[in-house]
Write a protein that binds this ligand. Structure first.
Ligand code: HPA
Length: 267
């Protein structure tokens, strides 16, 4: 039996067949978001074979099932990153499981550095496209023609519109742009940031892109938000650090939460 099927069985037994409409994968700082949810049940990643162990600070490592604004959701509180084990497919079982239990779409959030002056720390950016700077794919080793995934409109235009509307309903100005995925865990050099600015990136980070590729491989629709926690390397006066990322992710959490709650209400 595959790990995905094992996870589906565990979830079905535990949740008595709960079928979520939307899956949310929340990055740093958004742990409190789950307080908005009428939680019906939860599972630790450790009880789900193939789910990643909770890694970086601020990640709980739990899968929560419930309702927010009458929309049935499953929330993945925390994710794993490529840099943890050098394994780009580390989120494959998790993404496939979310699809297998019935999610019709995904919402991803992350923390990111901004390469544009307008998007200052504490602001939020809708990811409209990405640049993969790592040279790796979570689909290395996948078989079949489906592995040749079309990445045009990977960030779903209709869901992007829904996210824009949700921000507008809360009078939040939502930036938009291209997210460049770096492997990490080291932050970028100023030269790397200058390079991706030329390439057309508006934000940089160490996550999300593998999940987007895996999700599109499954054919599931998605949209993604970046919480801007800092100006990218060489742009700001403050030293970039994980502590700063967490501090600003926490500060911006309320903004993201408002957008997400409206988004779920509108579904
Ligand atoms: N670079 C990469 N990842 C990040 C950054 C950054 O500047 N900020 C938050 N996550």
């Amino acid at each position: 039996m595959s790990q995905v099927q094992d996870c589906v069985d565990v979830i079905h037994q535990h949740t008595k067949g709960f079928k979520p409409q939307i899956g949310l994968i929340l990055g740093s700082g958004l742990g409190q978001f789950c307080d908005n949810m009428k939680t019906e049940s939860s599972l630790d990643f450790k009880d789900l074979p193939g789910f990643p162990m909770a890694g970086v600070g601020g990640h709980a490592g739990k899968l929560l099932f419930g309702e927010i604004k009458e929309t049935k959701v499953v929330i993945m509180q925390g994710r794993a990153h490529y840099y943890e084990q050098g394994q780009a497919s580390i989120m494959a079982v998790a993404i496939q499981t979310l699809c297998a239990i019935g999610c019709e779409s995904l919402v991803l959030t992350n923390a990111a550095g901004s390469t544009v002056k307008e998007a200052s720390p504490g602001s939020v950016m809708l990811i409209t496209d990405h640049i993969n700077m790592t040279g790796v794919s979570p689909l290395f080793g996948a078989e079949g023609n489906e592995r040749f995934v079309d990445m045009v409109n990977a960030y779903d235009p209709k869901l992007n519109d829904d996210m824009r509307l949700s921000a507008a309903q809360n009078n939040i100005s939502l930036h938009e742009g291209v997210y460049a995925w770096f492997s990490g865990p080291q932050f970028e050099t100023p030269a790397e940031i200058n390079a991706v600015k030329v390439l057309g990136a508006h934000a940089v980070g160490m996550s999300t892109v593998p999940e987007v590729i895996l999700a599109r491989h499954q054919g599931i629709r998605l949209c993604a938000l970046s919480v801007i926690t800092n100006y990218a390397a060489g742009m700001g006066d403050t030293k970039i650090s994980h502590e700063q990322t967490i501090a600003f992710a926490n500060k911006a959490a309320e903004t993201v939460e408002k957008i997400l709650i409206s988004y779920l209400k509108n579904q």
